[in-house]
Design a protein around this ligand. Structure first.
Ligand SMILES: [Fe+2]
Length: 309
C-alpha cells in the first residue's frame, strides 16, 4: 500500500500537471467552434472554469510539497506559459486565468517532512473531484468525437486531436483511480505503459504541428514530419515490450534522446509563434502545451533511466 507521504506527493504532482492540461483542452475545444455551435462552446467554457477552480485548489495544497525534480522539469509551467496565455487571450477573447500561472511559478519545493493527516483527507477529496470533472470532460470529448466523425458537428480541431485529448483524459483517470486505491505501481510495468502511451502522443504532436503550419513553412514542415516518423517507430517498438524484455533500458535511453530533440523543436516553435516569426494556424498556448507534455515525459524517462541502471 502506498504510504501517506507518497500518496500526497504523487497525487498533487499528477493533478498539477494534468488539471492544467485538461483546462487547456477545454479551451482548445471552446475556441475551435464556429458561430453555430455556441452551446457546445459554452459547455467547454464551463468545464474550463471547473478545472481552473480545481487547479487553484491543487496549487494551494501543493505549496511546499512538490519535489524539486517536478518543479524544475517545465511540465507544470514553462518560462513561456504566461506570455503564451496572454497572447492566446488576446487572439481568442477567451479568459485563461494567468494568475494561476504566476502562483505556480512561485510554488515552493518540498520541505521535509511533508505531512499532516488533514492533508491526506484533503488530497483524497481533491482526487475524487478530479475524477468527477475528468469523467464529465471525457464524456464530452467522446460525444464530440462521435458527432464529428458522423458529420453532425463541425469544428476547426482535427478529429485526431479530439481522440488524442480523450486518451489523455482517460490515462489521467486511470492513474487517479490507482492513487485512490493506494496502489503501489510496478516500476517496469509502468515504464512500458508510459512509453506506449507517450510515444504515440509525441508522434501525434509532431503530426499536429506539421498539419497546422502554413504551406510556406517548408523546412519546419519537413522537420515535424521527420519527428512523426521517429516517434511512430518508437511507438511500434514500445508496443512489443514486455517485462522480460532485455532491450528496455536501451529503448528508454533512445526514446529520451529523441524526446529531448523534439522538446527543443517545440521550444523553438513556441518562441517563434510568440515572436510572430512562424506562420501557422496555432495559438502560442498550443505550442507551450505540447512542450509541457514533452517535459513531463522527459522527467518520467529520466526517473526510469536512473532506476534501470
Ligand atoms: Fe497532447
Amino acid at each position: 500500500m502506498l504510504s501517506n507521504e507518497a500518496f500526497i506527493q504523487q497525487s498533487l504532482e499528477l493533478n498539477l500537471f494534468f488539471l492544467r492540461i485538461l483546462k487547456e483542452h477545454a479551451f482548445f475545444m471552446e475556441a475551435a467552434f464556429g458561430a453555430k455551435e455556441q452551446s457546445l462552446a459554452q459547455q467547454a467554457d464551463t468545464l474550463k472554469c471547473e478545472l481552473t477552480t480545481l487547479l487553484a485548489e491543487t496549487i494551494m495544497l501543493a505549496d511546499g510539497v512538490i519535489s524539486p525534480e517536478v518543479l524544475c522539469s517545465g511540465e507544470l509551467v514553462t518560462k513561456f506559459t504566461f506570455d503564451a496565455e496572454r497572447a492566446t487571450e488576446f487572439y481568442s477573447g477567451i479568459q485563461l486565468d494567468t494568475e494561476l500561472t504566476r502562483m505556480e511559478l512561485s510554488l515552493d519545493r518540498k520541505q521535509n517532512p511533508v505531512l499532516a493527516t488533514l492533508l491526506v483527507d484533503q488530497v483524497s477529496a481533491l482526487n475524487q473531484k478530479a475524477i468527477t470533472v475528468t469523467t464529465v470532460l471525457a464524456d464530452y470529448k467522446s460525444k464530440l468525437l462521435q458527432d464529428i466523425l458522423s458529420c453532425k458537428v463541425f469544428t476547426f480541431n482535427y478529429p485526431l486531436l479530439i481522440d488524442h485529448i480523450l486518451r489523455e483524459a482517460r490515462f489521467y483517470l486511470k492513474i487517479l483511480y490507482q492513487l485512490q486505491n493506494r496502489q503501489v505501481i510496478n516500476l517496469l510495468e509502468d515504464i512500458i505503459d508510459q512509453q506506449k502511451f507517450w510515444d504515440r502522443i509525441m508522434a501525434e504532436h509532431a503530426k499536429f504541428i506539421r498539419g497546422l503550419l502554413d504551406p510556406t513553412e517548408v523546412a519546419l514542415f519537413d522537420t515535424a514530419n521527420r519527428y512523426g516518423k521517429v516517434f511512430d517507430a518508437l511507438t511500434e517498438q514500445a508496443m512489443t515490450m514486455t517485462e522480460q524484455t532485455t532491450i528496455l533500458p536501451q529503448l528508454s535511453s533512445k526514446t529520451y534522446k529523441a524526446t529531448v530533440s523534439l522538446r527543443d523543436f517545440k521550444t523553438a516553435a513556441t518562441e517563434g509563434l510568440l515572436q510572430c516569426k512562424i506562420r501557422a494556424l496555432a495559438v502560442p498556448l498550443l505550442a507551450d502545451h505540447v512542450l509541457r507534455e514533452a517535459n513531463h515525459y522527459l522527467r518520467l524517462l529520466n526517473t526510469f533511466n536512473g532506476r534501470l541502471q
